[in-house]
Ligand binder design. Sequence first.
Ligand code: ATR
Length: 291
Amino acid sequence: MEVSGKTKVFCVIGDPIEHSLSPMMHNAAFRHSKIDAVYVAFKVEKGTLEDAVKGMHSFGICGMNVTTPHKTAIIKYLDGVDTVAEFVGAVNTVLNANGKLLGFNTDGIGALRALEENGVKTKGKRVLLLGAGGAGRAIAFQLAQEADELIILNRDANKARVLAGALRKRFNKRVVGNDLTPNVLKNWIEDVDVLINATSVGMHPHRDHTLVDKSLLKPELTVMDIVYNPVKTKLLKDAKSVGAKVIYGVEMLVYQGAASFEIWFNQSAPVEVMKEAVLEKLQAGGLSLEQ
Ligand code: ATR
């Protein structure tokens, strides 16, 4: 696609940002969908966020993704946020709607879609979620509406308890919050159908780290990891080796990106193209995500 005076600009802001996979993923989607737009990454340091948002206005940037450390701080500069972003207290997608900047959070929708597209229903199931950080809260918000029972464990147990309480109140569902210790984990994992790691444990360079001892995993479980670098985390390798169904973090990355694309363009995102672009960048050439 030739860049011209009419080409629309989209971006991701964060710090650090140079390793972001979003430019590859979205530019591949724009090309495939024949959309006259480019997607670039801007390093925006803490303390310069307000200027960056003003820049979005004055440059007429049409859409933006937001990552660490700005996902929460950006809210006060926006004209409005959707219900998920408001509950979670974090925004990862901004739409410039004729000068009004609207914030969304697509992390939870991305995780749920990654499960569904891989044939895993959470309706009526018991789900164990590890992590109550930004991503964990977004995923919990979606899961609490679907699952029969949701157990949230977090290293900082208070965060898990507060989140569980807020979800119980909002959705009138069984939601439990507790400490993320080996003993508590062992207790809860026995009766769940789906296990999701929404912590950063296992992320490069700590590739051999996992919160779940392999002896606790079983073939009946579905295990999803939000960590996508490495693609095959220790948790997912262990899960696969015991015969559990695994869902890679790349899937969630792609579906949260697809949800951003759909907010910006109001048309379906080319998810396979986006997935290929991401996998290529992760240098996982030839790697198959088939079960
Ligand atoms: P994100 O936006 O990616 O979710 P975050 O909000 O910083 O990032 O959340 C990181 C999550 O990983 C949190 O749940 C964090 O637990 P705490 O809330 O107790 O900090 C979890 N986490 C990070 N390192 C961890 C570790 N070594 N063991 C257990 N949990 C960890």
